[in-house]
Design a protein around this ligand. Structure first.
Ligand code: NAD
Length: 317
């Protein structure tokens, strides 16, 4: 099996690449295509740098020629290249449209030209919008609220349209919030942990009542693998973790893990359009593909905090 991983130098992408090489003898080749935007970091691939099956190519998913050339040498592509931070999308929506929408469409177009390629498009639970109670199945309408989520929803719709129109084998995953080592310190867990470890203060949006479902990045990567190896063309698979916390509850756990207290917290104005709650029903991937999250949140969080404690050079850089 030869797999092309776009965005493979980012947080989830680099975990995916490392896990693919670690537990799959039949992987003949893994190529990472990454533009090395601000969140892409080659040191994320350092543990597998010397694996002869891995090749790194610096490039942009907006370059259809390059994407098609690479695809022609691979059996499948896992698309993780994206702009991924909601706050940035509020300030600079344009790059989210170009990378997430046009970039994905360029990649889908290349896949049609090449033919016989399986595309796994990695998306997010945020495309469904906010849900005060209950959970979304894959059939729920898309109602994104942030420019990030709207751009991801656009990419999902294009992926489904390319399946329907061109018969492309494309499968979509929609996952809840990931945590783990190697996450760029802009999202809440690595931002708070790195600040607290330096004795600095952390900003909690509004009253902290927003609810997120948390999933260890390794569980997400296993779900992507299951969809890659056994998913069905044209299908969407929700992926959840089963640990719902308000941002305030999460902050309490992060303070405790970093030996700090609530005096370190600044209560700042809420994020514009902040979604109250995301929650996916992931029974489809469990029933069809046998997915279950394996990492208990408290243990996973403790390991994650320990990683940031021990890898200050990585995040200071
Ligand atoms: P990330 O920001 O850490 O990584 C994104 C990677 O894409 C980086 O390496 C970056 O250099 C690369 N990239 C950006 N623009 C590119 C381009 N034009 N061409 C090639 N490479 C480009 O993001 P992440 O958290 O690893 O997220 C990966 C995917 O997973 C995204 O699609 C995101 O929407 C989705 N997702 C993330 C989460 C989460 O909690 N982090 C949850 C659900 C879904």
């Amino acid at each position: 099996m030869k797999t092309l991983v776009t965005g493979g130098a980012g947080f989830i992408g680099s975990h995916f690449v490392r896990s693919l090489l670690a537990d799959s003898a039949e992987q003949q080749k893994v190529t990472v295509l990454d533009a090395l935007a601000y969140a892409g970091n080659l040191t994320n691939l350092e543990p597998v740098r010397d694996d002869p099956r891995l090749e790194f190519v610096k490039g942009d998913i907006l370059d259809g020629e390059q994407v098609a050339e690479l695809m022609a040498e691979h059996d499948a592509v896992v698309n993780l290249a994206a702009e991924s931070h909601v706050d940035r999308s509020i300030a600079h929506g344009g790059t989210f449209v170009s990378t997430n929408v046009l970039g994905t469409q360029t990649l889908l177009e290349a896949a049609v030209r090449v033919g016989r390629t399986t595309v796994v498009h990695v998306s997010t639970d945020e495309v469904y919008g906010s849900i005060p109670e209950g959970t979304w199945t894959e059939r729920a309408p898309l109602a994104p609220n942030s420019p990030y989520a709207a751009a991801k929803a656009g990419s999902d719709l294009l992926a489904l349209a390319y399946h329907r129109t061109h018969g492309l084998d494309v499968r979509i995953t929609r996952c809840s919030n990931n945590y783990g080592p190697y996450q760029f310190p802009e999202k809440i867990i690595p931002l708070f942990v790195t600040r607290l470890l330096e004795g600095r203060r952390v900003p909690l949006y509004g009253d902290g009542s927003q609810v997120r479902d948390w999933l260890h990045v390794k569980d997400h990567c296993r779900a992507i693998r299951l969809v890659l190896e056994g998913g069905r063309a044209g299908e969407v698979y929700n992926v959840g973790g089963g640990t719902e916390l308000t941002n305030r509850q999460l902050t309490g756990r992060l303070l405790a893990a970093c030996d700090a207290d609530w005096d370190s917290v600044d209560h700042v104005a809420d994020r514009k359009g902040h979604d109250l709650r995301y929650s996916v029903d992931w029974s489809k991937i469990r029933t069809e593909l046998g997915y279950e999250p394996r990492h208990a949140f408290d243990e996973g969080l403790a390991e994650t905090v320990a990683w940031y404690r021990e890898n200050r050079e990585w995040w200071r850089r």
